[in-house]
Design a protein around this ligand. Structure first.
Ligand SMILES: [Zn+2]
Length: 248
């Protein structure tokens, strides 16, 4: 059987009508910025799971074409942050209880598995960087900046994974952390971030001491504690105010 699929075009520059190359490059950068803005709003829970993402409303807010918005939504759908439904359109993914369990199982396998490598590669510079991240996270929590704290907490886990030296697994962890933010938004207690912030400091201590096995066991308990804090209760859907979230 021959592979009749069209070649991958994702990386090719977007050509629209008489647009010059310069404008096209600016268009790509604009798209990337919008993708980040929407993705951040989902991870930081400013856009709630189940929230509808209307193409025309987003096109208005960001001042680009609906075609451009559609591409961004398709990219977010690949990352499972957005769900595309025929006729209904796009909405922020509402993870099911089963998916939540899968995501945390995957995090257990990958993140715990990476700890010995991270411990081996942990130097003073890396430890200082992680401590600074943990400090900012605590500060955000103390000052009530919930969405900032959620983002910083996910960043901490992603940075840890990157320090293992395995870029492929670090990328998985990044996606799993984004999906975890959605899971926490649906099943977490209000005002509960997921990560106990002092946990991160303890973890850095084990890694800095080169104790990979201890760090692995600690990460396992840390992730189990987050999972155990979830309560599987359905929430009502709501229509987000896109103008308020993304407008000036
Ligand atoms: Zn954590």
């Amino acid at each position: 059987m021959s592979d009749a699929q069209a070649p991958e075009k994702r990386r090719a520059p977007v050509k629209e009508g008489k647009e010059s190359k310069k404008e096209s490059k600016e268009g790509d950068e604009r798209h990337e910025a919008i993708y980040r803005a929407v993705s951040d709003a989902i991870v930081e829970q400013r856009l709630k799971p189940g929230a509808r993402l209307r193409e025309d409303a987003l096109a208005d807010v960001f001042g680009i074409s609906r075609t451009g918005i559609r591409k961004i939504l398709q990219r977010l759908a690949l990352e499972q942050l957005v769900t595309l439904t025929p006729r209904r359109g796009a909405s922020v993914t509402r993870p099911t209880a089963d998916e939540a369990k899968d995501v945390f199982d995957a995090r257990q396998l990958i993140e715990c598995g990476l700890m010995p490598d991270v411990a081996r590669r942990m130097g003073e510079k890396e430890a200082a960087e992680l401590r600074e991240m943990a400090r900012q996270e605590r500060q955000a929590l103390r000052s009530g900046q919930q969405s900032v704290a959620i983002r910083l907490s996910a960043d901490f886990h992603v940075r840890l994974a990157q320090l293992s030296g395995n870029a492929t697994l670090a990328e998985f962890v990044e996606r799993l952390c984004s999906r975890s933010s959605l899971i926490l938004a649906v099943y977490g207690h209000r005002g509960h971030l997921g990560c106990e912030s002092h946990d991160h400091d303890d973890l850095i201590g084990y890694l800095e001491a080169g104790n990979g096995e201890r760090a692995k066991a600690f990460m396992s308990r840390h992730l189990k504690a987050i999972e155990a804090s979830l309560s599987m209760v359905e929430e009502e859907e709501s229509a987000p105010d896109l103008q308020q979230i993304f407008g000036g």
